[in-house]
Write a protein that binds this ligand. Structure first.
Ligand SMILES: Cc1cc2nc3c(=O)[nH]c(=O)nc-3n(C[C@H](O)[C@H](O)[C@H](O)COP(=O)(O)O)c2cc1C
Length: 372
């Protein structure tokens, strides 16, 4: 399996509130990336939105500080000319020795107009479809002229080969009908937020069936928060602590925003998060060990697996058994939790990259060896 961590501009013990937030600047992100690289995660997601740094700029700056980690760089189709994107992708892929993954983010009604894209929901997927078709053709190195409804250009040729062939890996998310069709056609890995396993499995089946009709095989990834502690009691106490730092106004504001969203994926999350009343964190355990509390104060990935390392590993195994092999996880604060998850959980997971990890862990009993 592949296990990715998260690199975003909002961090802290409870970053939805000013008091719980810490400063996130380049020094901090560099520290986080080095932790991800050192600890044996497959890589990290570099998202857009919410004041995030430009994902290409951030990823490029982190390449020389890291050796193994892959960068999942979010790209909104249609903003950059396909040839320009192909050049950026090939450059990044060369400089990082094949460590680029692109996350195709079609975006929503609020996000895209400031970038000059005024399309309605389904039309945006028309643009996405053409854009990635063009990107893939360009990656072949041939001279391409493209005459689509949304994407048009003449005599474009990428003269800079990427390391990954035929092109850098493409991740993709989106839960609406048109999104599922585009996923089947273009995605190497289809992503979803952390719905309970039976619901997430339905999405896998839908994408798989559509991809099979096109003779394609798609892999599946899921985005989950984690609250891992040595005991279940400690883990649920940590969830309760987070819950106690969510104020009512923030919850009401987030709910109004999430309910207005036109994203089908967000509405699927809303159905999970707003399913039941709650007075304690554990009232939001919507499936064994799956807590919907984060959905109260943020859009997108609203669920967390909560428990001791064995419990969390078992729930991850359940997701693996329904077809997921890519996990994008996080905990708060990102830096400390990257270490905690690495210490407690990673040894229990069959992560593909881990065998490359150089190790200087002292094997025998601990002794204060250094003299003087
Ligand atoms: C794992 C994952 C990561 C995502 N990352 C981003 C992101 O970085 N920026 C963003 O604007 N949307 C992000 N999204 C949102 C979706 O890509 C998509 O725009 C949204 O779900 C709307 O699609 P839909 O209406 O078809 O569901 C992400 C979604 C998932 C599941």
């Amino acid at each position: 399996m592949e296990l990715y961590w998260y690199l975003i501009p909002h961090d802290g013990a409870y970053p939805w509130a000013k008091r719980g937030r810490r400063e996130v600047n380049f020094d901090y992100l560099a520290q986080l990336a080095r932790a991800v690289d050192h600890l044996g995660y497959t890589g990290a997601l570099l998202a857009t939105g919410g004041g995030a740094h430009d994902a290409w700029g951030l990823g490029s700056a982190l390449i020389p500080l890291t050796r193994r980690m892959k960068f999942i760089v979010a790209v909104h189709p249609g903003i950059t000319a396909p040839l320009m994107l192909a050049q950026q992708a090939a450059t990044f892929d060369q400089f990082s020795q094949g460590r680029l993954i692109i996350n195709i983010v079609t975006g929503d009604r609020q996000q895209m107009p400031p970038y000059g894209i005024e399309l309605a929901h389904d039309e945006r997927y028309g643009l996405t479809d053409e854009y990635w078709a063009a990107f893939k053709q360009l990656m072949s190195g041939e001279t391409v002229s493209f005459e689509g409804q949304h994407v048009r250009f003449r005599n474009a040729r990428l003269e800079l080969p990427p390391v990954q062939r035929p092109h850098p890996t493409l991740f993709f998310a989106g839960s609406s009908e048109p999104a599922l069709n585009v996923a089947a056609k273009h995605a190497d890995t289809y992503l979803t937020w952390g719905e309970p396993p039976p619901l997430a499995a339905e999405k896998i089946a839908q994408v798989r069936t559509r991809a099979a009709k096109l003779g394609r095989n798609v892999k599946f990834g899921i985005r989950l928060n984690l609250i891992v502690r040595e005991t279940k009691e400690e883990a649920w106490a940590a969830a309760q602590w987070l819950y106690s730092h969510m104020d009512k106004d923030a919850i009401a504001f987030t709910r109004a925003r999430n309910e207005q969203s036109e994203s089908v994926g967000q509405h699927r999350m809303n159905a999970v998060v707003y399913e039941r009343p709650h007075r304690h964190a554990r009232d939001l355990e919507i499936y064994p060990d799956l807590w919907a509390g984060f959905g109260l104060i943020r859009g997108g990935p609203g669920t967390a697996i909560v428990g001791d390392p064995e419990t969390v590993a078992a729930r991850i195994e359940e997701y693996r058994s329904v077809g997921f092999d890519t996990f994008i996880v996080s905990g708060q604060p990102l830096l400390e939790e990257a270490y905690r998850v690495a210490d407690l959980l990673l040894p229990l997971l069959p992560i593909e990259q881990q065998q490359h990890k150089e190790s200087n862990v002292i094997a025998g009993p601990f002794v204060a060896a250094a003299r003087g």
